[in-house]
Design a protein around this ligand. Structure first.
Ligand code: PLP
Length: 386
């Protein structure tokens, strides 16, 4: 039996080409990009090429991209970098209750340090209420940070409308988009969205772990979080992880050629799984927006009467890998803050599983998942009902 990996929002299997490139670089192109000799220049070329590929996918300038160790660092750099730079104004930050912990916990830390933070609620599908946003923006608001795609339920925030509201109400307020779950899946239009900062991460797009990037619109000034050398124009000092960054660039390039087909294929997979379960008579609820409105690769379902972990481990025994909530929460018994924020009742809160897809998945796999889940649910319900 071969495994079926449906936890692609947690991380993805790297493309074979990416693995080959990263190991080739570790072995044969190990120079430090800051060195003046040929090895350094060869390594620097790798960074330049990766920057070019990522800029092409984001349709941004290459010199607006700063490499980081991943999405968490990019989010921290965006939020703290802006907050600390603008500290002298009594800064106010706005975010939502369903952000990734790398945004939420960063905001909580900033709050402890004296910044005012508004954690705005969302509706039952995970959308930010735009009127609430308008009411929250004030003169001292330095930053609004929202995800583009929510990592647990796939809600796609109306980033264009959010950007327009922010800039209309306070043109000095900056807009940061956490694009970790949308990068290379939904075309980016940073200018259109009136964004100032955008975070992305390599390992969510079949790249290696340990690389990410923060796009910073030209003219926006951030305070570095570390002090060191001149790398990344001193905004993110430290010898660059050339292998991972080059792998990130290659993954971005491969994704760019696949983008449209990918979205359609991912959507087919998630629709097949959801409808297949419904047609088999399973009691199943969709968490988040309707299928066609949500991100193509995320499907969050509740199976009332069955604990998430029980079904997760049953599937695991069948080499089917899914997630209960996000990877960051899945080892804790607490319910997901996202599912709680959209107001799910207990029976749905504790029976939710996230299935997340990639271009490595196919319909045969989905059919096999349905074949396994349907009898398992009947059995587990009978067992638990005793
Ligand atoms: C929306 C979102 N933001 C940020 C992150 C953090 O990214 P990384 O794992 O690269 O640190 C994740 C990872 O799950 C995510 O889903």
């Amino acid at each position: 039996m071969t495994e079926i990996y449906l936890d692609n929002s947690a991380t993805t299997r790297p493309f074979d080409e990416v693995i080959a490139l990263c190991s080739h670089i570790q072995r044969d192109n190990y120079g430090n990009p800051s060195s003046l000799h040929a090895r350094g220049i060869a390594a620097e070329k790798l960074l330049n090429e990766a920057r070019r590929n990522i800029a092409s996918l984001l349709q941004c300038r290459e010199d607006e991209l700063y490499f980081t160790s991943g999405g968490t660092e990019a989010n921290n750099l965006a939020l703290k970098g802006i907050a600390y730079r603008r500290q002298r104004r009594d800064g106010h930050i706005i975010t939502t209750q369903i952000e990734h912990p790398s945004v939420l916990n960063c905001c909580r830390r900033l709050e402890e340090e004296g910044f005012a933070v508004s954690f705005l609620p969302v509706d039952r599908q995970g959308y930010l209420d735009l009127d609430e946003l308008s009411r929250a923006i004030r003169d001292e608001t330095i930053l609004v940070s929202t995800s583009h795609v929510n990592n647990e339920i796939g809600t796609i925030q109306p980033v264009e409308k959010i950007g327009a509201i922010i800039k209309e109400l306070n043109p000095r307020t900056l807009y940061h988009i956490d694009g970790v779950q949308s990068f290379a899946k939904i075309p980016a239009s940073l200018q259109h969205w009136q964004a100032d900062l955008y975070s992305c991460s390599a390992h969510k797009i079949h790249g290696p772990k340990g690389a990410g990037a923060l796009w910073v619109r030209k003219g926006v000034s951030l305070q570095p979080l570390f002090q060191g050398g001149e790398q990344e124009k001193t905004l993110r000092p430290g010898t660059e992880n050339t292998a991972a960054i080059a792998g990130f660039g290659l993954a971005a390039r491969i994704n760019e050629t696949l983008l449209e087909d990918n979205a359609a294929q991912l959507y087919r997979l998630k629709e097949k799984l959801y409808r297949g379960l419904q047609q088999a008579g399973v009691e199943v609820y969709l968490n988040g927006p309707p299928l066609e409105q949500a991100a193509p690769h995320i499907l969050n379902l509740s199976f009332p009467g069955i604990k998430s972990e029980v079904l997760l481990h049953f599937l695991e025994e069948n080499e089917i890998y899914v997630s209960a909530g996000s990877a960051c929460h899945s080892r804790r018994p607490e319910p997901s803050h996202v599912l709680a924020a959209i107001g799910l009742d207990e029976s749905r809160l504790f029976s939710a599983l996230r299935f997340s897809f990639s271009s490595f998945n196919n319909l045969t796999e989905i059919n096999r998942v349905i074949e396994r889940i349907v009898p398992a649910i009947r059995e587990l319900k009978t067992y638990q009902g005793r």
